[in-house]
Structure formats: structure tokens, C-alpha cells
Design a protein around this ligand. Structure first.
Ligand code: PMP
Length: 432
């Protein structure tokens, strides 16, 4: 049969690759025709509540009128122009907004295309900074186990080497320095003993390799893809002091935690310290168009600028794409123009009450909620395909990974819709 004779779904299954799938066995795939608010509508008219916020980014819901209007208006004026030697209002206006809402010390913004690229940019900044400071040997990285930072090569090298999705590539990746994930959870009491709070191990790894390490990179407070694990922010405060002592930069990957998801605008808000470099993505445009950025402080930016060659060696074709900048500005205005803290807290309280019922189920290992992140951790791995197919029949789009059945609902989810999501999660926890 020629490609022209295939149905839409047949064509998709024979020619299009999907994320983390086997081309020979792509698993259940549904054709989406449109989306609005919390719903995605399939070609047979079925409406599903998007409990994933489309991989955690669609926080204001799908097809948000303010964001689509910003993109339409921008499209009519300046869809794209290269950023070398040129600038434009959307980039500048978004920059002003970002400076207003991010930690005070982060003053220099590098716009790029996706989360993984923003991690690459952050890691390059760290290496170039160390080089400029006369530490050319400092080109390696330290990180914590169970982390996830993206699918490009350098980002992969700091994903968990054993449990991460990239273990197959281990032989081809540069070796980095791994320490245990912080053992004390966010709602547990902090223990001021380095042997018990993870900082003893961190100190010994950083001290032993200080002349080789450019930066310590980690997801602050919430490890997402690596297990939906929520750890104590005091670890970050003390890691900051340790990095300063040893001349190591601190990078926070806030791609998943940014923009209110954890109950703080950024997970850095749980800390008393600020990182040298931060990566933002996902929710930056409210999920409407691919975009990300890396922000750093004056020390790093000026350090790189004063070195040789002085220029920062990165510059994507679509850097600061005006459509993406306009979407991001509209999304951030929407977020900060509402009581996002109250909204996220209400979602969290309802999820905590409803998901608590899962605690008594025999196959459930843990139930946890932070901000608008709700997790049922099972004792065994859950088939994403099986869960996806069953959740579809319940009118919910859920896509668990590993042992975690989780939701990151759009902030506009109503209490009734949220109950449908939690009911779907409970049923999966009972049946799978
Ligand atoms: N860092 C973190 C913490 C992430 O959760 C992700 C995506 N899940 C990335 C980086 C990579 O972002 P992207 O998929 O946009 O490349």
C-alpha cells in the first residue's frame, strides 16, 4: 500500500516516531483533533482531561485565549528574525518580566529552543567561566543520582546512569561525578549531621575532584522524571556554601519546577540561597510553543566576558524567536496576574485528600503531593501503555512512568475535573 492510501493513524504508525517508543510496537496512540482548557478532543469526539498538562507545561490550559492572541498578534508583526546583531520588543519585554520574577541575582538571560538545550547552555557557561578564571581543567560536573536533565549528550551525561533512560549510552558519555540523592524528604525534619543528610558524601566527592569540577547541577527540591521525589531544601542551602568554598558553580535545573508548579514560583523559593545559573523551559510559554532560557548572574556572565575568547560560544538559529517570546510574556503575565499560590495550594489540598485513599491499597508504596504535583508510587513498575489505554476509557489522559502514577494538572482544573483525575489514578493503582 502506498503512503497516500494509508489512514492518518496508519501513516503515523508506519512513518512517525513518538517519544520513547518502539517503531515496531508503538503502543496505543490516539489522534487528537483539537484542544481547549483542560481537554483534548480525539478524532472520534472523545474528550480527555489532560492530567499531564501535556508533559507538565500547559499550566493555563490548552489554547489559552491570551496566549494564542499574543502569538497571532506577533505573527502579524514579526514572526522571526535572527538575534545576531538585532533585537526586538518581545525579547526585551519578556526579559524585563523574567527579571521581575526570578531570583534577584540572575540578571543575564540566554534564550534558546528547548529544556535540553538550556541545560547544554548552562553547562557550557560553567565550563567557559572556569576557563576564563584560569581553571581550564575544570570541565566535569557533579550531580545527584536519580536526576534527569534532558536527552542531548551533555545533559544525558548528568542523568542518573543506572535508572535514567540513557543507561544504554553510558559508554559513549563523558563520566561525571554522582552522589546519592538527598536522603531527607521535604516534609521530614532536617538532621544536621553530614553523615545522615547527604552533605558528607557531597563534600568528599567535591573536595576530591574540585580541580576537575566546573559545576554542581541538580533539580532543586523535586526530582521529576527520575522518580517524582521531593527532598529537603536545606540540602541546597548547604550545597551552595560548599560550592562557594570550593569554587564550584551551582546550577539549578528548574525546567520542571518553574512557574508555580511546586507551590513556590520557583523551587529556589524554598531555599535561602540562589544558584549561579538556572534553566527554565516547559511552562515558560504556558505550553503553547517550544522555548526555554538559561539565566545567570553578573559574576558568571562578566567572568565569561572577560576571558578569552570572551564571547559565549552558543547561538541557535531560532534564538529569542519573537512568537515564543510573546507567548512566554503573555503566559507569565497571566500567571502573576492571578492568585497562583492560592490556586496551586487548593489543587494540592484536594489531591492530598483524594489520593490519600490509595495508601491502603496493597501495591502502593507511597502517596505524596507537593504544590500541584500528585503522585501514587507503586511497589512495581506500571505499564505506561496499559495505563494510558485504561485512563482513556475513564476520560482522562494519564501517562505514568516507572513506578509512578502521577498528575500535574493544569492550574485551571476545576475541583470536579480534579476528582475525575484522582479517581482515574486510584483506579489504575487498584487495577494495575
Ligand atoms: N530538565 C528537566 C528537569 C526536565 O524535566 C526536562 C524534560 N522532562 C528537561 C530538562 C528536558 O527538557 P526538554 O524535553 O524540553 O528538552
Amino acid at each position: 500500500m502506498s503512503a497516500a492510501d494509508l489512514s492518518q493513524l496508519e501513516f503515523d504508525q508506519q512513518h512517525l516516531w513518538h517519544p520513547y517508543t518502539n517503531v515496531a510496537k508503538p503502543g496505543p496512540t490516539f489522534v487528537v483533533k483539537e484542544s481547549e482548557g483542560v481537554h483534548i478532543t480525539l478524532d472520534d469526539g472523545t474528550r480527555l482531561i489532560d492530567a499531564m498538562s501535556s508533559w507538565w507545561c500547559m499550566m493555563h490550559g490548552h489554547k489559552n485565549p491570551a496566549i494564542t492572541k499574543a502569538i497571532h498578534d506577533q505573527l502579524d508583526t514579526l514572526p522571526h528574525v535572527m538575534f545576531g546583531g538585532l533585537t526586538h520588543d518581545p525579547a526585551i519585554d519578556l526579559g524585563r518580566k523574567l527579571l521581575e520574577i526570578t531570583p534577584d541575582s540572575l540578571t543575564r538571560i540566554f534564550y534558546c529552543d528547548s529544556g535540553s538545550v538550556s541545560v547544554e547552555v548552562a553547562m557550557k557557561m560553567a565550563v567557559q567561566y572556569q576557563h576564563a578564571m584560569g581553571h581550564a581543567g575544570r570541565s566535569e560536573f557533579a550531580t545527584i543520582r536519580s536526576g534527569y536533565h534532558g536527552d542531548t549528550w551533555k545533559a544525558m551525561s548528568v542523568c542518573d546512569p543506572d535508572t535514567g533512560m540513557h543507561h544504554l549510552f553510558q559508554g559513549a558519555l563523558s563520566v561525571q561525578h554522582f552522589v546519592s540523592r538527598p536522603p531527607i524528604r521535604i516534609h521530614e525534619d532536617w538532621i544536621d549531621d553530614p553523615a545522615q543528610n547527604g552533605l558528607g558524601e557531597l563534600r568528599s566527592v567535591l573536595e576530591a575532584n574540585a580541580d576537575k569540577i566546573a559545576a554542581f547541577i541538580l533539580e532543586p527540591v523535586v526530582q521529576g522524571t527520575g522518580g517524582m521525589y521531593f527532598y529537603h531544601p536545606e540540602y541546597l542551602n548547604q550545597a551552595r556554601a560548599l560550592c562557594d568554598e570550593l569554587g564550584i558553580l551551582l546550577i539549578f535545573d528548574e525546567i520542571a519546577t518553574g512557574f508555580g508548579r511546586t507551590g513556590e514560583l520557583f523551587a529556589t523559593g524554598f531555599c535561602t540561597v540562589e544558584p549561579d545559573i538556572i534553566c527554565l523551559g516547559k511552562g515558560l510559554t504556558g505550553g503553547h510553543i517550544s522555548f526555554a532560557c538559561t539565566m545567570t548572574n553578573d559574576r558568571v556572565a562578566e567572568g565569561i566576558g572577560g576571558g578569552n575568547p570572551g564571547i559565549f560560544m552558543h547561538g541557535p538559529t531560532y534564538m529569542a524567536n519573537p512568537l515564543a517570546c510573546a507567548a512566554a510574556k503573555a503566559s507569565l503575565d497571566l500567571l502573576t496576574g492571578q492568585d497562583w499560590r492560592g490556586t496551586v495550594a487548593a489543587i494540592g489540598e484536594q489531591m492530598a485528600a483524594e489520593l490519600a485513599l490509595a495508601r491502603d491499597l496493597p501495591n502502593v508504596a507511597d502517596v505524596r503531593v507537593l504544590g500541584a504535583i500528585g503522585v501514587i508510587e507503586m511497589k512495581h513498575r506500571v505499564s505506561a501503555d496499559e495505563a494510558h489505554a485504561r485512563a482513556h476509557d475513564m476520560g482522562v489522559f494519564l501517562r505514568p512512568f516507572g513506578t509512578n502514577i502521577y498528575t500535574m494538572p493544569p492550574f485551571i482544573t476545576s475541583p470536579d475535573q480534579l476528582s475525575e483525575i484522582t479517581a482515574g489514578m486510584l483506579r489504575l493503582a487498584r487495577e494495575l
